[in-house]
Design a protein around this ligand. Structure first.
Ligand code: FAD
Length: 571
């Protein structure tokens, strides 16, 4: 039986109405089903080593996929631009790739459809720098993670973003897992190259975190786990790239491509048609749509939502500072695989709980449901039994860009020569991004070198300085700064102790942004207990004064929704 016949035979039994054939060395699925879960299960069942990927074009009955969310701007700002490289997507991968490419004398731009970078998965995740214990030995995820994990100390210093080598615990609530857990995790650690695994008794863990589940019997500790500020890191890459000559085109959505003889000739956006020599696809949940535009699709993204909640800072005093997941209790499944699920100690001194995992046909469904918040609280009570929804100060949802093969796709186009894929970048994509970017940059440079030499940028400066955080300085240091600039003495966000001076510094970073949410991501103004209730109008007015705009023109997110309108009679 031929390879496709075997798959047809297998799938026909479960989904008799679905057509299964071979297209471009991929398994191609077409037809219609009533439930999204079935479409996802079908895609998963179609994965085969004999094929490059799964093209799941099965439609969900009575469902019309919404258009890509994009800015209302429609102008010709970038029309006719000739570029060496166009990167699509301003998540952590796109921004890190932009920075890598500014090491060369190249004209590179990044098109991001939102009004800031890190608006999608890169700003909506756990911020865990993973250990890799759950990953398949032969996966790209593992090899990228293992190369990236040790880079974080240097990178965070160089680019001034927050990172802590917290380590990670995997805890168990039953002794019956001791032998099997130890043998399995030890052999995985050996296979995956993870060093320093340690046995920790339940007693010792309780000394560290007295309110941890008293049923905890033992844990394993992995010192290579870490915690990073995900949007801080993404912004840092973007800032350093802009400083070194890269361009970030915000509010710029890629809507189409002209491809001739296996080559992208031009790319259409809401801000004009542009002419890059190479296109990099770092479009997250839209990566398969972009690949389709480039006539080079060999995977399908099936979006998977995940909700996290952030606990008040006082919860660290109560529960202890720890990044941990728990196995063996009635609420958790007893499978020995985890990355982000559990409790994560964030670099800003909060605890984060989550995420859950919900398949969805909606690529940009980032609204948080009560069901997801409650599921996460319920599950993490395995670890912290006293945890209550009242500890939560905010929650958010991100969407993972999973392929059916559940691995990263990092390679040159198969049919389209001047196209680079950085797709399927789900967890541990944040952790792995620095080296994904290196490889994407190397592939791009290698392609360009076929036509003319690519010269190093002799002015490249890898160092970036972020906003100085006054709350982390001594009183004497603060005093000195306030004497030089009284704006540092004017506290705007009382919960997080953010001064006017810091907000102005954020507005003066290399990547220019002027929305309230963008300033929040750069300074934490509005991220505390009151969630901006007090400081938002003041932040807005400082933005307006600094960028010389009317305050009624300053938006929360850049979606045209104003926060402070004019009152009657105001000009
Ligand atoms: C809930 C959750 C928890 C996670 N936890 C972790 C973790 O703890 N550790 C870890 O390592 N990883 C984690 N991840 C995974 C990690 O967040 C992602 O792997 C990573 O952020 C992917 O980055 P990216 O740049 O590929 O994609 P994204 O951040 O999604 O960026 C893609 C960008 O492309 C833009 N775009 C799309 N289409 C277009 C277009 N047509 N034109 C212009 N722009 C476009 C989008 O607006 C978006 O900004 C988590 C993910 C989720 C959802």
């Amino acid at each position: 039986m031929s390879n496709i016949k075997k798959i047809q035979h297998k799938l026909k039994k479960i989904y008799p109405k679905i057509k299964v054939d071979e297209k471009d060395e991929c398994v191609h699925l077409t037809g219609e089903l009533d439930r999204w879960e079935d479409i996802v299960s079908l895609g998963q069942a179609a994965v085969s080593k004999d094929f490059v990927g799964v093209l799941n074009d099965v439609k969900l009955k009575n469902f019309v996929e919404p258009d890509i969310r994009q800015s209302a701007i429609n102008d010709k700002k970038y029309d006719g631009s000739n570029l060496d490289v166009l990167i699509i997507g301003g998540g952590v991968v796109g921004c890190a790739a932009l920075r890598e490419l500014t090491r060369y004398d190249l004209k590179v731009a990044l098109a991001e459809k939102e009004s800031d970078v890190a608006c999608a998965a890169s700003g909506r995740n756990d911020g865990a720098v993973h250990v890799g214990i759950d990953l398949h030995g032969k996966s790209k995820k593992l090899s990228y993670l293992m190369r990236a994990n040790p880079l974080y100390e240097n990178l965070s210093k160089e680019l001034d973003f927050k990172f802590e080598r917290t380590g990670q615990y995997i805890a168990f609530s039953s002794w019956k897992y001791l032998v099997v857990g130890y043998l399995l995790l030890k052999s995985r650690a050996k296979r995956n190259g993870i060093k320093g695994m340690k046995f920790i008794s339940g007693k010792k863990l309780k000394q560290h975190s007295p309110n941890i589940n008293p049923k905890t019997k033992f844990a394993f500790f992995y010192p290579s786990g870490g915690s990073v500020c995900p949007y801080g890191m993404t912004i840092a890459f973007a800032d350093n790239a802009v400083f070194n000559g890269g361009q970030v085109w915000l509010n710029t959505c890629v809507t189409g491509m002209t491809v001739e003889n296996g080559k992208i000739i031009s790319v259409q956006t809401n801000r004009g048609e542009v002419f890059p020599k190479v296109v990099i696809n770092a479009a997250g949940v839209y990566a398969d749509k972009i690949a389709e535009m480039a006539n080079d699709r060999f995977y399908t993204i099936h979006p998977r939502r995940g909700t996290n909640s952030i606990l008040d800072k006082s919860s660290v005093e109560h529960y202890g500072k720890l990044s941990i997941s728990m196995y063996g209790n009635h609420k958790s499944n007893a499978k020995l695989h985890t990355k982000g699920g559990g409790v994560v100690s964030t670099v800003d001194g909060n605890l984060l709980i989550g995420p859950d995992a919900v398949e969805t046909p909606l690529r940009e469904e980032m609204a948080t449901t009560a069901k997801s918040v409650n599921t996460v609280v319920d599950r993490q009570q395995d670890i912290l039994p006293k945890l209550s929804a009242r500890d939560i100060i905010t929650y958010f949802t991100g969407v993972r860009a999973s392929t059916y093969e559940e691995d990263f796709v990092i390679q040159m186009g198969r049919k389209t020569k001047n196209f680079v894929h950085a797709a399927g970048i789900q967890s541990p994509g944040l952790s792995a991004a620095p080296v994904i970017a290196q490889d994407v940059s190397d592939l791009t440079v290698k392609y360009l070198e076929q036509f003319s030499p690519v010269v190093k940028n002799s002015n490249f400066n890898p160092v970036r300085k972020g906003v100085t955080e006054l709350r982390n300085l001594t009183l004497a240091q603060r005093d000195e700064l306030i004497k030089k600039n009284p704006d540092y003495g004017e506290i705007v966000c009382r919960c997080e102790e953010i001064s006017k001076g810091e907000i102005i510094d954020a507005l003066n970073l290399p990547l220019k942004v002027d929305t309230v949410d963008a300033i929040k991501r750069r300074t934490r103004a509005g991220m505390g207990r009151c969630q901006g209730g007090f400081c938002q109008p003041r932040v807005l007015k400082i933005i307006a004064e600094t960028v010389n705009k009317d305050y009624s023109d300053i938006n929360k997110k850049g979606d045209g929704k104003i926060i402070l309108g004019k009152t009657k009679g105001e000009e």
